[in-house]
Design a protein around this ligand. Structure first.
Ligand code: SF4
Length: 220
Protein backbone atom coordinates (compact mmCIF):
# COMPACT_ATOMS: atom_id res chain seq x y z
CA UNK A 1 0.00 0.00 0.00
CA UNK A 2 1.29 3.43 -0.89
CA UNK A 3 2.11 6.03 1.77
CA UNK A 4 3.28 9.13 -0.06
CA UNK A 5 2.01 10.10 -3.52
CA UNK A 6 3.38 13.42 -4.75
CA UNK A 7 2.59 12.16 -8.24
CA UNK A 8 -1.11 12.53 -7.42
CA UNK A 9 -0.82 16.00 -5.85
CA UNK A 10 -3.59 18.37 -6.94
CA UNK A 11 -1.58 21.57 -6.50
CA UNK A 12 2.17 21.10 -5.92
CA UNK A 13 1.84 23.60 -3.10
CA UNK A 14 5.43 23.07 -1.92
CA UNK A 15 6.73 24.09 -5.33
CA UNK A 16 4.53 27.20 -5.37
CA UNK A 17 5.54 28.23 -1.84
CA UNK A 18 1.89 28.12 -0.76
CA UNK A 19 1.86 24.90 1.24
CA UNK A 20 -0.39 24.74 4.32
CA UNK A 21 -1.55 21.65 6.25
CA UNK A 22 -5.09 22.47 5.18
CA UNK A 23 -4.25 22.43 1.47
CA UNK A 24 -2.00 19.37 1.60
CA UNK A 25 -3.40 16.07 0.32
CA UNK A 26 -3.46 13.19 2.80
CA UNK A 27 -0.52 11.45 1.10
CA UNK A 28 1.69 14.54 1.34
CA UNK A 29 5.15 13.72 2.77
CA UNK A 30 5.28 17.18 4.40
CA UNK A 31 2.28 16.18 6.49
CA UNK A 32 3.51 12.70 7.27
CA UNK A 33 7.21 13.38 7.91
CA UNK A 34 7.46 16.79 9.61
CA UNK A 35 10.59 15.83 11.54
CA UNK A 36 12.46 15.04 8.34
CA UNK A 37 11.64 18.45 6.92
CA UNK A 38 12.58 20.18 10.18
CA UNK A 39 16.13 18.84 9.93
CA UNK A 40 16.39 19.01 6.13
CA UNK A 41 18.09 22.41 5.93
CA UNK A 42 20.63 21.54 8.62
CA UNK A 43 21.47 18.35 6.77
CA UNK A 44 21.81 20.21 3.47
CA UNK A 45 24.29 22.63 5.08
CA UNK A 46 26.64 19.82 6.08
CA UNK A 47 29.81 19.97 4.00
CA UNK A 48 29.35 16.52 2.51
CA UNK A 49 26.00 17.58 1.04
CA UNK A 50 26.54 21.25 0.30
CA UNK A 51 29.71 20.64 -1.69
CA UNK A 52 27.50 18.89 -4.24
CA UNK A 53 24.17 20.57 -3.64
CA UNK A 54 25.33 24.15 -4.13
CA UNK A 55 27.32 23.52 -7.34
CA UNK A 56 24.29 21.64 -8.66
CA UNK A 57 22.17 24.76 -8.12
CA UNK A 58 24.83 26.99 -9.70
CA UNK A 59 25.10 24.75 -12.77
CA UNK A 60 21.31 24.80 -13.04
CA UNK A 61 21.27 28.61 -12.96
CA UNK A 62 24.15 28.99 -15.37
CA UNK A 63 22.39 26.62 -17.74
CA UNK A 64 19.80 29.30 -18.49
CA UNK A 65 20.26 32.44 -20.56
CA UNK A 66 17.88 35.38 -20.80
CA UNK A 67 16.12 35.80 -24.11
CA UNK A 68 13.40 38.43 -24.40
CA UNK A 69 13.19 38.43 -20.62
CA UNK A 70 12.62 34.69 -20.44
CA UNK A 71 14.85 31.93 -19.09
CA UNK A 72 15.98 29.73 -21.97
CA UNK A 73 18.00 26.54 -21.32
CA UNK A 74 21.42 26.50 -22.97
CA UNK A 75 23.18 23.54 -21.32
CA UNK A 76 22.39 20.06 -22.58
CA UNK A 77 22.97 17.44 -19.90
CA UNK A 78 26.46 16.63 -21.15
CA UNK A 79 27.48 20.25 -20.57
CA UNK A 80 25.87 20.18 -17.14
CA UNK A 81 28.00 17.15 -16.27
CA UNK A 82 31.15 18.95 -17.47
CA UNK A 83 30.37 22.10 -15.50
CA UNK A 84 29.44 20.13 -12.38
CA UNK A 85 32.66 18.12 -12.62
CA UNK A 86 34.78 21.25 -12.92
CA UNK A 87 32.98 23.15 -10.14
CA UNK A 88 33.28 20.26 -7.69
CA UNK A 89 36.86 19.40 -8.65
CA UNK A 90 35.73 15.94 -9.68
CA UNK A 91 37.40 15.89 -13.04
CA UNK A 92 38.28 12.20 -13.37
CA UNK A 93 35.39 10.71 -15.32
CA UNK A 94 34.57 7.02 -15.68
CA UNK A 95 32.59 6.54 -18.87
CA UNK A 96 30.67 3.26 -18.64
CA UNK A 97 28.92 2.63 -21.92
CA UNK A 98 26.87 0.05 -23.77
CA UNK A 99 27.97 -1.36 -27.13
CA UNK A 100 24.79 0.12 -28.58
CA UNK A 101 26.02 3.59 -27.56
CA UNK A 102 29.63 3.10 -28.66
CA UNK A 103 29.50 5.73 -31.44
CA UNK A 104 28.06 8.24 -28.99
CA UNK A 105 30.56 7.27 -26.29
CA UNK A 106 33.39 8.12 -28.71
CA UNK A 107 31.80 11.53 -29.26
CA UNK A 108 31.35 12.11 -25.53
CA UNK A 109 34.92 11.03 -24.79
CA UNK A 110 36.22 13.62 -27.25
CA UNK A 111 34.04 16.34 -25.73
CA UNK A 112 35.21 15.50 -22.20
CA UNK A 113 38.81 15.51 -23.48
CA UNK A 114 38.27 18.93 -25.05
CA UNK A 115 37.11 20.32 -21.71
CA UNK A 116 40.20 18.99 -19.98
CA UNK A 117 38.55 16.16 -18.08
CA UNK A 118 40.47 12.94 -17.45
CA UNK A 119 38.52 10.11 -19.05
CA UNK A 120 38.62 6.39 -18.43
CA UNK A 121 36.06 4.54 -20.51
CA UNK A 122 34.89 0.94 -20.29
CA UNK A 123 32.48 -1.06 -22.43
CA UNK A 124 29.66 -3.09 -20.87
CA UNK A 125 30.76 -6.24 -22.68
CA UNK A 126 34.39 -6.07 -21.53
CA UNK A 127 35.67 -9.51 -20.61
CA UNK A 128 33.98 -11.22 -23.55
CA UNK A 129 32.21 -13.74 -21.32
CA UNK A 130 29.31 -15.86 -22.52
CA UNK A 131 26.06 -15.22 -20.65
CA UNK A 132 25.85 -18.82 -19.46
CA UNK A 133 29.14 -18.36 -17.55
CA UNK A 134 27.42 -15.85 -15.25
CA UNK A 135 24.35 -17.98 -14.66
CA UNK A 136 22.01 -16.83 -17.41
CA UNK A 137 20.11 -19.90 -18.71
CA UNK A 138 21.07 -20.69 -22.31
CA UNK A 139 17.45 -20.44 -23.41
CA UNK A 140 17.34 -16.88 -22.06
CA UNK A 141 19.83 -15.72 -24.67
CA UNK A 142 18.37 -13.48 -27.34
CA UNK A 143 20.10 -15.56 -29.98
CA UNK A 144 19.90 -19.37 -30.24
CA UNK A 145 21.07 -21.10 -27.00
CA UNK A 146 24.27 -22.57 -28.44
CA UNK A 147 25.39 -19.22 -29.91
CA UNK A 148 28.00 -17.14 -28.09
CA UNK A 149 26.29 -14.15 -26.52
CA UNK A 150 28.43 -11.80 -24.50
CA UNK A 151 27.22 -10.85 -21.03
CA UNK A 152 27.29 -7.34 -19.67
CA UNK A 153 29.77 -6.83 -16.88
CA UNK A 154 28.61 -3.98 -14.63
CA UNK A 155 30.53 -5.22 -11.58
CA UNK A 156 33.78 -5.34 -13.56
CA UNK A 157 33.06 -1.89 -14.96
CA UNK A 158 32.58 -0.62 -11.40
CA UNK A 159 35.60 -2.45 -10.00
CA UNK A 160 38.04 -1.20 -12.62
CA UNK A 161 36.74 2.36 -12.38
CA UNK A 162 37.08 2.04 -8.60
CA UNK A 163 40.68 0.89 -9.02
CA UNK A 164 41.36 3.87 -11.29
CA UNK A 165 39.87 6.20 -8.69
CA UNK A 166 37.32 7.93 -10.88
CA UNK A 167 35.39 10.81 -9.34
CA UNK A 168 32.17 10.57 -11.36
CA UNK A 169 30.98 7.59 -13.34
CA UNK A 170 28.85 8.58 -16.31
CA UNK A 171 26.51 5.89 -17.63
CA UNK A 172 25.62 5.71 -21.30
CA UNK A 173 22.95 3.30 -22.47
CA UNK A 174 23.48 0.54 -19.92
CA UNK A 175 20.77 -2.11 -19.68
CA UNK A 176 18.12 -1.85 -17.01
CA UNK A 177 19.45 -3.67 -13.96
CA UNK A 178 23.07 -3.44 -15.06
CA UNK A 179 22.79 0.33 -14.52
CA UNK A 180 21.62 -0.44 -10.98
CA UNK A 181 24.50 -2.82 -10.32
CA UNK A 182 27.22 -0.44 -11.48
CA UNK A 183 25.61 2.30 -9.42
CA UNK A 184 25.53 0.04 -6.36
CA UNK A 185 29.15 -1.06 -6.71
CA UNK A 186 30.77 2.23 -7.78
CA UNK A 187 32.83 4.18 -5.28
CA UNK A 188 32.40 7.29 -7.42
CA UNK A 189 29.33 9.41 -7.77
CA UNK A 190 27.18 8.06 -10.60
CA UNK A 191 25.06 9.93 -13.08
CA UNK A 192 23.29 8.89 -16.26
CA UNK A 193 23.86 10.66 -19.53
CA UNK A 194 21.94 8.22 -21.73
CA UNK A 195 19.08 6.01 -20.54
CA UNK A 196 18.66 2.88 -22.61
CA UNK A 197 15.25 2.53 -24.24
CA UNK A 198 15.33 0.24 -27.24
CA UNK A 199 11.91 1.34 -28.49
CA UNK A 200 12.32 5.09 -28.31
CA UNK A 201 15.96 5.57 -29.24
CA UNK A 202 16.95 6.12 -25.61
CA UNK A 203 14.22 8.63 -24.89
CA UNK A 204 11.90 6.82 -22.43
CA UNK A 205 9.71 9.85 -21.83
CA UNK A 206 8.70 9.80 -25.50
CA UNK A 207 6.74 6.59 -24.92
CA UNK A 208 4.41 8.45 -22.53
CA UNK A 209 3.28 10.73 -25.36
CA UNK A 210 2.97 8.07 -28.03
CA UNK A 211 -0.62 6.81 -28.32
CA UNK A 212 0.53 3.69 -30.16
CA UNK A 213 3.08 2.88 -27.49
CA UNK A 214 0.44 3.43 -24.83
CA UNK A 215 -1.89 0.93 -26.43
CA UNK A 216 0.83 -1.60 -27.02
CA UNK A 217 2.84 -1.42 -23.83
CA UNK A 218 0.97 0.34 -21.06
CA UNK A 219 -2.35 -1.50 -20.90
CA UNK A 220 -2.17 -4.04 -18.04
S1 SF4 B 1 5.11 17.46 -0.93
FE1 SF4 B 1 2.89 17.67 -0.63
S2 SF4 B 1 2.39 19.60 -1.65
FE2 SF4 B 1 4.37 18.96 -2.43
S3 SF4 B 1 3.94 17.75 -4.29
FE3 SF4 B 1 4.08 16.31 -2.58
S4 SF4 B 1 1.95 16.06 -1.92
FE4 SF4 B 1 2.00 17.96 -3.12
Amino acid sequence: MSTIRCDKCPGYFCFAGSWTPEKAPENCPMLLYPAVFESACDTALEESVSELNIPAAIVEKEGFAKLNGKNVPVYPRIREIIEFAKKTGRTHIGLAFCKSSSDEAAMVGKIFDAFGLEVDAILCKCGGIDKTKVGVPADMKIRPPDTFECCCNPLVQAQILNDLGTDINVLMGLCLGHDMLITKYSNALVTTLVVKDKVTGNNPQAALYNIFAKRAFFTP
